[in-house]
Design a protein around this ligand. Structure first.
Ligand code: HEC
Length: 139
């Protein structure tokens, strides 16, 4: 195989890998949201761990600890009220997805903690991911 062909093969393999990731995100729209909410809170971080997410209730409503529990909390538990309405829900308001309503979570942001953003330069699609998942909520 020539170097050029080898380079083309490598490029093909990478693009197939990218497709697989996209397909995964589409079949589980909660996965990227979970990745953001489980980050630590405070500093320049956008997460909710230590308050709403963790092994035990801490501060504010307790969403749960595992991905399965937290998803169930929102889709069939006490948290349904927070996601009802999808992109117009309380959760969407809290994180800054609703036009005209400034985000108010993570708590203490922007002084301690960081609001969610879409920032192509940093490869961040936090609000887009949130919207994609909220689009799957039909109550
Ligand atoms: C430092 C602790 C802390 C962090 C971090 C935090 N929250 Fe909160 N959150 C609270 C508290 C306390 C309340 C209730 C009082 C208030 O609204 O300030 C609350 C309220 C909320 C509400 C409104 C609940 C209702 O009943 O209407 C939502 C939604 C919410 N938080 C989502 C989040 C999400 C999502 C994150 C992470 C991205 C986050 N919060 C990070 C402490 C926190």
């Amino acid at each position: 195989m020539t170097t050029k062909h080898f380079a083309q093969l490598v490029a093909l393999i990478f693009s197939l890998g990218g497709l697989a990731n996209t397909a995964h995100a589409q079949c589980d729209p909660f996965a990227p949201v979970w990745a953001t909410v489980t980050q630590e809170q405070g500093g320049d971080r956008p997460g909710c761990r230590g308050c709403h997410i963790g092994p035990n209730p801490a501060s504010g409503r307790w969403f749960g600890d595992t991905e399965e529990d937290v998803l169930a909390y929102f889709t069939s538990g006490a948290g349904m009220i927070l996601v009802s309405g999808g992109r117009q829900s309380r959760l969407a308001e809290a994180l800054g997805l609703v036009d005209g309503i400034p985000p108010f979570m993570p708590r203490f942001a922007p002084f301690d903690g960081r609001y969610w953003v879409d920032d192509p330069d940093q490869g961040l699609t936090e609000l887009t991911d949130l919207g994609n998942w909220l689009d799957t909520i039909d109550f």
